[in-house]
Design a protein around this ligand. Structure first.
Ligand SMILES: [Zn+2]
Ligand SMILES: [Zn+2]
Ligand SMILES: [Zn+2]
Length: 353
């Protein structure tokens, strides 16, 4: 993500800030410009969910809408009487807003199902301990443009327990959302286009294999022993759709992390012999431009080596506990090129912003 600054006093701000701690101005995120705006009075209008403490985005003051670009994607939200439930919902919203930032940054089609019933997107944040609506799921997943996330996943203890039980290296709310939205964009960007479907199958395999059976087999037998030579995660081996969603989520992980590193001016030059040049990196690429993607990935790998080492110094899990093998790199490149093509098609001749 970008770094943001207070427009009034220059203080560096976080994406989630609602107020500048230095000058006291109100702060809100404007999705049109992808900027944080500083303001004093009522000249800008917050999303209605600002009252709930879960959103700092702005809505167009001229429009009659009350919810922002990110919150209008909500279908079901939990009943938030209880402080714990409110906190869990807030954590889900913070992750969702970061997801929506990336989708807007990538200029991907993004409309609420309330506006586009066929091709739009909805989020159901479901608390399985409350009364679940008849047309809602309780399991985390995606179905026809509806992404369900169980509120239980927002409980850190629950999530860590699930991570260990599922033998996962990484489990976060943002990771869930990036994965599930990958399924949504597969339906939207791959399925209707025969030339894309053909290249998809060349990279990820034939998705017409029985999905339910494939998942059953995966949970029963586990991944093939050499999975990390061809896949980004063990779960990606279960079916081409899951491989796609896992790889898609990693594409978003990597471009967001590198955008942040670029904004911070991060570079590394390890003081070791022999391997120093392979491990050195300068975060000077904007992943949203048509870049040399191989070199981007090399820099990303060097960066993750550095940040993983820092995390280990603090006794934390690795920031990025994954290996980008050559096959995964090809899959990521396929996604990168696809997204360039989609952006070109949506704004021909205008280039990329
Ligand atoms: Zn300020
Ligand atoms: Zn909002
Ligand atoms: Zn999935």
């Amino acid at each position: 993500m970008k770094l943001f600054q207070c427009e009034n006093c220059g203080q560096v701000l976080h994406f989630e800030n609602t107020k500048c701690e230095r000058c006291g101005y109100k702060v809100g995120f404007e999705p049109m410009s992808l900027q944080l705006r500083s303001f004093k009075g009522n000249e800008r209008r917050y999303c209605k969910n600002h009252e709930q403490g879960v959103c700092n985005w702005l809505v167009n003051p001229e429009s009659s809408t009350t919810l922002c670009k990110a919150c209008e994607l909500n279908h079901y939200i939990p009943n938030v009487q209880d402080a714990d439930i409110r906190k869990n919902w807030r954590d889900l919203e913070f992750a969702k807003h970061r997801l929506v930032y990336s989708l807007l940054r990538l200029q991907l089609p993004l409309n609420s199902k309330s506006v586009e019933p066929e091709s739009g997107l909805w989020f159901d944040f479901i608390d399985p301990d409350q009364v679940v609506p008849d047309d809602a799921e309780t399991m985390t997943g995606h179905q026809g443009g509806k992404i369900t996330l169980s509120l239980q996943e927002a409980d850190p203890a629950e999530r860590e327990k699930n991570r260990v039980n599922m033998k996962e290296r990484y489990r976060t709310l943002l990771g869930h959302l990036r994965h599930e939205v990958g399924h949504y964009y597969w339906d939207l960007l791959i399925l209707p286009f025969p030339h894309r479907l053909k290249s998809f199958r060349a990279h990820f395999g034939d998705e017409s294999n029985d999905y339910g059976q494939a998942l059953k087999n995966h949970y029963h037998q586990g991944p093939p022993p050499d999975w990390n030579r061809h896949f980004i995660s063990a779960y990606a081996t279960s079916h081409p759709w899951e491989d796609w969603a896992e790889t898609w989520s990693h594409y978003l992980h990597l471009i967001d992390t590198m955008e942040t590193a670029n904004a911070l001016g991060v570079s590394t030059s390890p003081r070791v012999e022999d391997q120093a040049s392979a491990m050195a990196m300068v975060a000077d690429v904007d992943p949203f431009l048509p870049i040399d993607f191989d070199s981007f990935l090399e820099k990303a790998v060097a960066l993750t080596y550095a940040v993983n080492s820092l995390n280990r110094s603090m006794g934390q899990l690795d920031l990025y506990p994954f290996i980008l093998n050559p096959t995964v790199k090809q899959k990521l490149t396929f996604i990168h090129n696809l997204l360039l093509e989609v952006r070109e098609a949506s704004s021909p001749g205008t280039g990329l912003i």
